[in-house]
Ligand binder design. Structure first.
Ligand code: THU
Length: 136
């Protein structure tokens, strides 16, 4: 067990993700997304997707989330929840799994369509900061 402190309040994370989804700027895909995460020190950070007329420049909700994490003092992510426009659990895209991996706390958990999983389960054999050290 990676964490010995209080259990994750998944309902609070879901509510924060839904609130963030309500702020999404998704006029092109019409697919609003909200993401929220609990930091190791108990903060909730969130983000929504922000699209662009140049479609490929779209920022996923997780991009805003990691920006908010850093802006709010940094730290590590302990638990993560992402929702679509209906409030249903949404799996983070591959690129966003990598973004989250960078800031994971040990044993980080994600709410998935298959229930709670660990970061290592949703991004196995990941490339990360340690790989950069190996060949220096
Ligand atoms: N999207 C996210 O915000 N996060 C994901 O993990 C998956 C996809 C957004 C990007 C785009 O604005 C919309 O969902 C449709 O792909």
């Amino acid at each position: 067990m990676a964490f010995t402190d209080a259990a994750v309040d998944w309902a609070a994370l879901e509510a924060a993700a839904v609130a963030a989804m309500g702020k999404a700027y998704a006029p092109y895909s019409k697919f609003p997304v909200g993401a929220a995460a609990l930091t190791e020190d108990g903060r909730i950070v969130s983000g929504c997707n922000v699209e662009n007329a140049s479609y490929g420049l779209t920022l996923c909700a997780e991009c805003a989330l990691v920006g908010a994490l850093h802006l709010g003092g940094g730290g590590r992510l302990r638990a993560f929840y992402c929702v679509d426009g209906k409030g249903n659990v949404l799996m983070p895209c591959g690129r966003c799994r990598q973004l989250l991996y960078e800031f994971r706390a040990p044993g980080m958990q994600l709410m998935t369509t298959q229930g709670i999983k660990t970061m290592d389960q949703v991004l196995p054999d990941a490339f990360g900061p340690d790989n950069l050290e190996e060949n220096r």
